[in-house]
Design a protein around this ligand. Structure first.
Ligand SMILES: [Mg+2]
Ligand SMILES: [Zn+2]
Length: 240
């Protein structure tokens, strides 16, 4: 019996946004390039940001220290560890990048609990950080070319034995597309008050809702723990 728990990273596993954390860090020294809001391509912009970081004298250590300092959302480490212990596959699916996500996961001792990370590929070369798109897709018109999380999830599931349970936790606009493709027996956990929560509420109020999965909004991950591990949640979070 295989089960899959999918997590977004920014504002879901971490309480912050990793790209914004680095951009704000750069701002302390020299204004970084502005994002052209008419563009849908975030990855080339982050490539410019990394070039700016390099020419402004930010070292690999500076950038990784800023990433490591991002706070986890309340309960997320317990949640991911409990899922792994119970034999779930834990997939981190994010439009951040592999350097940020893998570093944060390692610093927070979750690398053994996380089965895989699907994201834009980043790498260091001569002290500068480079980023490449996770994919180049045109199958989904509502997602950017570098990542449709539905496409990524379908590719992941195609390589694995069929899952009996799928749960999905996220906060952002790009988590809506995969939420609409979850089967009725799946659970989607939108972070309360964030765009995914608003978009799901909106579709559920229409005569033909696009989301079939059970919806459980959360403010902290103890809500998700109680939903998935009702028999042990009093042990994991005694204050709740
Ligand atoms: Mg997010
Ligand atoms: Zn999509």
């Amino acid at each position: 019996m295989s089960r899959l728990a999918v997590f977004d990273f920014d504002r879901t596993i971490v309480d912050d946004d990793s790209d914004a954390t680095i951009i704000n860090k750069l701002r302390e020294k020299k204004p970084p390039p502005e994002f052209d809001s008419s563009s849908h391509d975030w990855t080339p912009y982050m490539s410019d940001v990394f070039e700016h970081a390099f020419t402004s004298g930010f070292s690999q250590e500076d950038i990784l220290a800023a990433i490591a300092s991002m706070r986890p959302t309340a309960g997320v480490e317990q949640l991911i560890s409990s899922l792994a212990t119970a034999g779930w596959d834990v997939l981190v699916l994010t439009d951040a990048n592999s350097v940020f996500v893998n570093h944060w996961i390692k610093i927070h001792n979750l690398q053994d609990a996380v089965t895989s990370v699907i994201t834009n590929r980043a790498f260091w070369q001569n002290g500068r950080l480079y980023i490449e798109p996770c994919m180049r897709q045109s199958a989904c018109a509502r997602c950017p070319s570098n990542l449709c999380k539905s496409v990524a999830l379908a590719q992941w599931c195609a390589q694995r034995p069929p899952y009996t349970s799928i749960v999905y936790s996220g906060d952002g606009r790009n988590d809506y597309c995969p939420a609409t493709n979850l089967p009725p027996h799946a659970i989607v956990f939108p972070r309360r008050g964030y765009p995914l929560d608003d978009m799901i509420k909106k579709t559920l109020s229409t005569p033909t809702p696009q989301v079939a999965a059970k919806v459980v909004p959360w403010d902290d991950c103890h809500t998700i723990i109680r939903e998935l591990f009702p028999e042990q949640s009093h042990i994991i979070c005694p204050t709740k």
